[in-house]
Design a protein around this ligand. Structure first.
Ligand code: AMP
Ligand code: GLY
Length: 417
């Protein structure tokens, strides 16, 4: 089968790599670090299956356009993608489906937003309604900071129109979990769970990012937890979407918090997670192309299978990320990093310099994945590889999966990171 992957980041590099085990793959637009990248729009490419990576083309209706041309597509139409395109609408669907989630309000005016903040209990969450590349969320114990975010978002100063409607939520606490469900419109199967690290700095310090690292499997996410998420959240959500006439074929990514009162849904994304994909897919032992093609046809069959090992990915970011990023720095050490057993380096914000060498071209530049028999081994390999890579201003977290590794060794009482 020929598969066309749409997108240009580390997630798409991982999709292309794992699809490439069994199929011919092209990536549009890809980037100079992703083999098979082609400079043509998806609508001009002939392929047996289209897999759309990022949320923006999904929200903009690329799946609908390709389906109208008779192409099989893995990725929801614009109707289903609204789950990610509007957090306020997502919350309505969650409530309709009876899925536990944080108490919230939706606002376009400051005064009622401030009043709702006053009704909360010391941990405040302010989100843009629209897309903001994972950066439109403020989680804070400071009422003043929460109020400032409200003012900036509503004025359009921080995120343009994406923030002119905002969602305020009660803050929840607990370990986070990403469950990526492959859906065929009626049924869903879960991929191996992963945990993502959203804050830029060690110990969860600093602002939110698109994700600075991830690991899989997640020891706290037992099979029972995943089954509960599928039965109590994903299945009712698919049914609620169907009730609205939406035939959802793609990834439904459930971002959960395992609170003391049970799992609660923080958000749905309508695509593979980035960087979760860079740890989940390398562990797949069944054929990814067959799975996604079956979902695209509305005919999911056997659930996917995963190895018994573990994967850890560490994102290497450019100077300034997640704020103003410096680009154009030459990336050194990629080949040396890839020589380490069990290591894959996925290219995200990567461009070609004047002499053809790879240079930084975005905030999250690389996702360096280590695989091994357990999380400790996978983590060691990932960090050994990161140690061989450099460019001026490169930064990364040092504590990806360290908490889970310590828990496994019985060294500390739990929690993140
Ligand atoms: P979202 O884009 O909605 O997933 O939010 C990004 C990140 O903000 C999540 O991964 C959490 O770390 C954090 N977050 C979102 N909502 C909440 C909440 N209600 N309580 C605590 N943290 C939250
Ligand atoms: N890793 C978070 C996301 O893909 O949105």
């Amino acid at each position: 089968m020929k598969v066309c992957v749409v997108g240009s980041g580390g997630r798409e590099h991982a999709l292309a790599t794992v699809l490439g085990r069994h199929h011919e793959v092209v990536v549009t637009p890809g980037n100079p670090g992703i083999p098979g990248s082609v400079d043509a729009p998806a609508t001009a490419i002939e392929a047996d299956l289209f897999v759309i990576g990022p949320e923006a083309p999904l929200v903009a209706g690329l799946s609908d356009e390709l389906r109208a041309m008779g192409r099989p597509v893995f990725g929801p139409g614009a109707d289903g993608a609204r789950l990610e395109g509007s957090k306020a609408w997502m919350k309505d669907v969650l409530l309709a489906a009876g899925v536990p989630t944080a108490r919230h309000g939706t606002f376009t005016e400051a005064e009622p937003a401030f009043a709702f903040l006053d009704s909360l209990d010391g941990l405040y969450v302010v989100k843009t309604d629209g897309l903001a590349a994972g950066k439109g969320v403020v989680v804070t114990e400071s009422l003043a900071e929460a109020r400032r975010a409200v003012t900036e978002y509503l004025s359009g100063a921080a995120f343009g129109d994406a923030g002119r409607t905002l969602v305020i939520e009660e803050g929840l606490t607990g370990p986070e979990l990403s469950v990526l469900a492959v859906c065929d419109g009626r049924r869903a199967v879960a991929l191996a769970p992963a945990q993502d690290f959203k804050r830029v700095g060690d110990g969860d310090a600093g602002p939110n990012t698109g994700g600075m690292g991830a690991y899989s499997p997640v020891p706290v996410a037992t099979d029972d937890v995943v089954t509960m998420v599928m039965d109590r959240a994903v299945a009712p959500t698919l049914a609620a979407l169907r009730a609205r006439g939406i035939d959802y074929r793609g990834v439904l990514y459930a971002g959960l918090m395992l609170t003391p009162d049970g799992p609660k849904m923080l958000e749905y994304n309508v695509r593979f997670g980035d960087p979760e994909t860079q740890v989940v897919l390398p562990r797949l032992t069944s054929d990814l192309g067959e799975l996604l093609a079956a979902a695209a046809e509305g005919a999911l069959g056997e659930p996917p299978t995963f190895d018994d090992g573990a994967a850890v990915t560490v994102v290497c970011a450019a100077e300034g990320y997640p704020r103003d990023v410096r680009t154009g720095d030459r990336i050194e050490g990629l080949d040396a990093a890839r020589e380490i057993e069990g290591v894959s380096v996925f290219c995200a914000g990567v461009g070609a310099g004047p002499d053809g060498a790879l240079v930084t071209a975005g905030g999250r530049v690389l996702a360096v994945t280590g695989q091994g028999p357990d999380l400790a081994a996978a983590r060691e390999r990932a960090y050994a590889a990161v140690g061989r890579i450099s460019w001026p201003g490169m930064h990364h977290r040092n504590d990806i999966a360290s908490g889970a590794v310590a828990d496994a060794a019985g060294q500390h009482p739990g929690g993140r990171p």
